[in-house]
Ligand binder design. Structure first.
Ligand SMILES: Nc1ncnc2c1ncn2[C@@H]1O[C@H](COP(=O)(O)OP(=O)(O)OP(=O)(O)O)[C@@H](O)[C@H]1O
Ligand code: SF4
Ligand SMILES: [Mg+2]
Length: 395
């Protein structure tokens, strides 16, 4: 446990109860993220990367169940036990403290709402008070300016000193709008110019956020619907939604998988820029080691529901320890060299192998590997591995 951590995942155990059997998706996963870092979570398909991120958001879908473990989000002196939060605190946490960019942006965007409305919904949910203050201030300024124009500076000064602008009725109207922006009364009131000020403030913020993710012509894009966006634009919009509330932790689950390489490079640049400008911590999920090398500070390698190695990005490429991590790195295609792949397949997580889950594919497997799960140990400074080849033989 360190002062510098933003997220601590301990012994996370997740299962899916399917008709075919129980899928042991996460097998006591341990993961730590530090403030301001980009941590790459890598591994082959089906190894549990998405289930790990969904567990952090507490969004594991049925028939999945988080069976045990702890997830703690740390901000300053505040420690939030994610798995123990009630529904209201959980809603507050999602989007505001942690937000997630999903694997497939189009599936995440609602096809019947414009970009503006979708981002506004996130803003209104999490930054209501801020917009209420901005709207009241904006209203006050405009009313005083109008008063000065029509009745003179003295009348405006008197109204300001008497604290009559905005009136108690107007403030209560704003509050009503905030409580339920989609209610019939809110829609009725929003036809009047004064109440529209609130919507104007939200709209301005939406445009600012779209600009921050380098969307060209953000005012126009704000009015568009998801089907009118290109793949790269849709992904930027989803990133914009993720960033709408400046979350302390952003989880990006393979955000560039379906994009061509030039757009992928732009999105990676953008994420790097966001980390630099906002100091956000980012959990970046990918199976692409090239992306890890370009983007990440540290890496956690997953295999069949276990984190098997974590270290910094230079160390993993220079000195990988776990046989799976070594094989994964050797399978990166290199010009002029024969293509290498890891023999065998990722095991089914219904009845996975006993002991080390990599034992049926590992050329170093020993007898102990067939029976005993290796502990996750610090093999050298800040380099953790779960393999019987390192440290003392484990339980
Ligand atoms: N809804 C579900 N029902 C049953 N099993 C599931 C479900 N979602 C995930 N799993 C299982 O949990 C395990 C981990 O899946 P997960 O989606 O986390 O893999 P991943 O590492 O994200 O893979 P990919 O790189 O393909 O996205 C897999 O064995 C998968 O079959
Ligand atoms: S624990 Fe054994 S089987 Fe597993 S990776 Fe290490 S040597 Fe191979
Ligand atoms: Mg996935």
């Amino acid at each position: 446990m360190s002062q510098n951590n933003i997220l601590e995942v301990e012994n996370l155990n997740v299962k899916f109860y399917t008709y075919a059997g129980v899928v042991e998706a996460l097998d006591y996963v341990n993961l730590t993220m530090r403030k301001g870092e980009i941590l790459g979570l890598v591994g082959e398909t089906g190894c549990g990367k998405s289930v790990t991120s969904l567990s952090i958001m507490r969004l594991v879908p049925p028939p999945g169940k988080i069976e045990g473990g702890d997830i703690t989000l740390i901000e300053g002196s505040k420690r939030q036990p994610v798995l123990k939060l009630d529904d209201a605190s959980l809603r507050k946490m999602r989007g505001k403290d942690i937000s997630m960019i999903f694997q497939e942006p189009r599936a995440y965007l609602n096809p019947v709402y414009s970009v503006e409305n979708q981002i506004a919904e996130v803003l209104i949910e999490h930054r209501k008070e801020e917009f209420l203050k901005m709207a009241i201030e904006s209203h006050r300024k405009r009313t005083l300016e109008n008063l000065a124009k029509t009745k003179g500076a003295k009348a405006a000064g008197d109204a300001e000193r008497a604290g009559k602008v905005p009136s108690t009725f107007e403030i209560s109207t704003y509050k009503r709008l905030l409580r339920n922006p989609h209610s019939r009364i809110a829609r009725f009131l929003s036809r009047f110019s004064r109440q529209r000020i609130f919507a104007d403030e939200v709209r301005k913020e939406v445009v600012r956020i779209l600009k921050s993710v380098e969307i060209p012509d953000p005012e126009r894009v704000a009015k568009m619907y998801p089907h009118e966006l290109s793949g790269g634009m849709a992904q930027r919009v989803v990133i914009a939604m993720g960033l709408a509330c400046n979350p302390a932790l952003l989880i990006a689950d393979e955000p560039t998988t379906n994009l061509d390489v030039t757009v992928q490079a732009q999105i990676l640049n953008l994420i790097r820029q966001l980390k630099k400008n906002l100091g956000s911590s980012i959990l970046y999920i990918t199976h692409d080691l090239g992306v890890v090398a370009q983007l990440c500070d540290r890496v956690a390698v997953m295999y069949a529901g276990n984190i098997i190695e974590t270290t910094d990005v230079f160390e993993i490429f220079k000195n990988p320890l776990h046989p799976y991590a070594k094989a994964l790195l050797e399978s990166i295609p290199r010009p002029g060299q024969a293509f290498k792949s890891i023999r065998g397949l990722v095991p089914s997580l219904i009845n996975p192998p006993e002991g080390c889950r990599f034992n049926d594919r590992c050329s170093y497997a020993m007898e102990i590997c067939l029976k005993v799960k290796p502990l996750f140990i610090e093999a050298s400074k800040d380099h953790y591995v779960s393999c019987h080849l390192y440290g003392e033989k484990s339980k």
